[in-house]
Design a protein around this ligand. Structure first.
Ligand SMILES: Cc1ncc(COP(=O)(O)O)c(C=O)c1O
Length: 669
């Protein structure tokens, strides 16, 4: 009875795994199939398992080796593995098939479907040398002999002599990573580490003396642990507070091309800051007001005011209760058609869109592979989902493929069962780097391995693409290839909230299950109206060409500003067409110096440092808007150039301008 039950389970498992094992066949020069030959119970707790593996050479390899790949894992699952887990090298002529058997004994756990086998193989190179590669570990599948035979026959028909994909990708990875590396000048790296080291040592000394004084004066809380603990607290008290005047600057006007920054003073060495009644009118290089909709707009603003009168600032209800107004349904239809998906759902906050949706889409037994520089909302959503999270090198499709292959081969932690679902999460434009996602390549990798693509277009929707439809339009990717399209309304649309667009089935599912839809108050009606109206302007449905002008404006402004900064000798990250452009500062002392000197000259910039960036990579992040005039941009460039000279952040030799070249020529003559 027990045996019959077990055979039933094995048969079901065989059916489940037979299909997935085909996936491995396409790239390796070998086609490998496993079959369980025998399972013998030696005593109540020990079983002997005999496994045979069929290896079929598709033609491009010359030698191979078979091992039970991960002994430590096998130990874990089987408790004890007895017997040889390795097999020797052998020659296998193109187009031929051999079978290998190996045997091991294990304490019974009835988990046979995960044991991995690793095929190491050699291929000839152009120079005649042999190079060794490994297939990803292939999960052991329990198949009946007839299944395996049929499968090999089918795979033989698919015979291909294409060279193995690994070789190609390995080289690609190296070049891609090399070209992406930020090269920090040696001296800058040294002084940056030295500065942080000095701040750290002084901070620790001050904390040490503070603790002694506290003990003396009995001022510490008796019996309680400090409520703020750890490095973050130390970082805030001893490093951040020194330069806190560069952050959280109060603003007293809309975030237009120019805005009013409230002046503050400190009487206690920057520990606290008091607002004054003075404001300085500054050129705004920090807001995400890419299309200029954040300030009063002749088309949007009257309609927003009207919606405020007709509805109210808040629906005071969640979507499923009384929070779905006619504006919300119109907004979702407009967003879906704007981004090119069948349906969409909107949320009150972009951050929440990521952090609440990921846990609904995936959970335990699932795998999220996330770009290493993804936004914090994605990081928190991924963590909160309970799925396994792996990271791939920023914007490097070849590394994504490597991670995917390894993870597919390894399967879930401990059990090594296949992943229930795999989601790859990337951004359209990376908010700290200004870099465009390599979406076509990433989508190709995802399709190959049947992983879902989740694209966060917070900074790209509305800002790039011929009609503002984001990176898919800009890079020529069919939106049907992107499974989950996420974006926010806080940038190009001058409003607030976020959206998820996808298939009708997905959106319906999210509406039934996502807590941010079920339990959070819906998007404020005037904010929804602002998004509807700005989309209408972008698409020219307001009867004017302002939308097209704005799109052309943001592109021209961004490319002009970026190229001028580069000519001046700044190290500017990011790609052409991206309105986000970080200027590298590196050294912690240069962060406040750059920010304060710009503000003195009425240019407001945002500076970003650790923990938002890696320790060495502090930067000023410039955000360009279609609302900036050429005169604004020239003023900004003049100020940034003189501050750059003063602070010493022009890390590259400046390109001589035409006039200087002429002068040089005259002098030489
Ligand atoms: C990539 C990315 N995703 C999500 C968000 C969160 O969006 P919001 O600020 O609209 O809440 C941001 C914020 O800047 C972002 O940069």
């Amino acid at each position: 009875m027990e045996n019959a039950f077990r055979s039933g389970i094995l048969a079901v498992l065989a059916l489940i795994f037979i299909s997935s094992s085909f996936a491995n066949a396409s790239d390796s020069p070998f086609i490998v199939a496993h079959k369980r030959v025998a399972l013998k119970k030696l005593n109540p707790i020990v079983e002997r398992i005999s496994v045979s593996i069929d290896v079929y050479n598709r033609g491009s390899a010359t030698a191979y080796d078979v091992t039970l790949a991960d002994d430590s894992w096998a130990q874990d699952v089987f408790d004890s593995v007895i017997g040889n887990t390795s097999m020797s090298w052998g020659r296998l002529d193109a187009g031929s098939l051999v079978s290998h058997s190996f045997e091991f004994e294990s304490k019974v756990k009835t988990v046979y479907y995960g044991a991995p086998a690793l095929i190491t193989y050699r291929v000839p190179t152009k120079s005649g040398l042999q190079e060794a590669y490994s297939t990803p570990t292939l999960p052991l599948k329990i198949l009946s002999d007839s299944d395996t035979g049929k499968k090999i026959e089918k795979l033989k028909r698919l015979q291909s002599s294409a060279p193995p994909a690994f070789h190609h990708h390995r080289n690609q990875t190296l070049t891609a990573v090399r070209s992406k590396m930020i090269t920090i000048p040696y001296l800058t790296a040294l002084t940056t580490y030295f500065s942080y080291g000095l701040l750290f040592v002084f901070g620790q000394l001050r904390d040490f003396f503070r603790r002694i004084i506290d003990l003396w004066s009995h001022s510490s809380l008796q019996g309680y642990a400090p409520i703020c603990l750890g490095l973050e607290d130390f970082y805030i008290r001893r490093l951040y507070l020194r330069i806190q005047d560069c952050f959280n600057r109060p603003i007293s006007s809309p975030p237009d091309a120019w805005f009013d920054v409230v002046e503050r003073v400190s009487k206690d060495n920057n520990k606290t800051l008091q607002r004054t009644k003075n404001v300085s009118r500054c050129l705004n290089l920090g807001s995400y007001n890419y299309l200029g909709f954040a300030a009063a707009d002749e088309y949007c603003t009257p309609r927003v005011i009207e919606s405020l009168k007709r509805f109210s600032p808040s629906t005071c209800s969640s979507r499923v209760d009384g929070g779905t107004t006619t504006l919300h349904t119109e907004l979702e239809e407009r967003v879906a058609s704007f981004v090119g998906k069948p349906a969409a759902v909107v949320f009150g906050m972009g951050y929440v869109t990521n952090s609440a949706i990921l846990p609904v889409l995936i959970g335990k037994g699932g795998l999220i592979i996330s770009d290493s520089l993804n936004h914090n909302s994605i990081v928190n959503g991924a963590r909160g989902s309970g799925a396994t999270v792996r990271v791939f090198q920023h914007n490097t499709p070849s590394h994504l493929e490597k991670v995917l292959r390894e993870q597919i081969a390894d399967g879930q932690p401990r059990t090594h069962r296949p992943w229930k679902k795999i989601i790859i999460v990337v951004e359209g434009i990376y908010s700290m780097e200004g870099e465009l996602c390599k979406l076509p390549e990433i989508v190709a990798v995802c399709k190959k391995y049947k992983a879902y693509v989740y694209l966060d277009e917070a900074h790209s929707i509305g800002a790039v693409g011929k009609t503002g439809r984001g990176v898919c339009e800009l890079l020529g990717v069919d939106t049907a290839e992107v499974d989950v399209m996420m974006g926010t309304f806080t940038k190009s649309f001058g409003s607030c909230g976020g959206y998820i667009a996808g298939s009708k089935e997905l959106i319906q599912y999210l509406k039934y299950t996502c807590p941010a839809h079920l339990y959070a108050t819906s998007v404020s009606p005037p904010a929804a109206q602002q998004i509807i109206s700005s989309i209408k302007v972008i698409l020219g449905e307001d009867g004017s060409s302002r939308g097209a002008q704005k799109l052309a404006g943001i592109r021209e402004n961004s490319n002009f500003f970026r190229s001028e900064l580069q000519k001046m000798g700044f190290e500017v990250l990011g790609d052409n067409d991206s309105p986000v452009m970080p200027i590298m500062l590196y050294n912690p002392s240069k962060i406040p110096a750059f920010s304060r000197e710009c503000l003195k000259r009425n240019v407001a910039v945002v500076t970003v440092a650790f923990p938002a960036t890696p320790l060495l990579l502090a930067r000023a992040r410039i955000c360009i808007s279609a609302a900036h005039t050429r005169k604004d941009l020239i003023k900004a460039l003049e100020v940034i150039s003189s501050v750059g000279d003063l602070v010493g952040v022009k890390y590259f030799p400046a390109e001589p301008n035409k006039q200087q070249l002429e002068e040089g020529r005259v002098k030489m003559e």
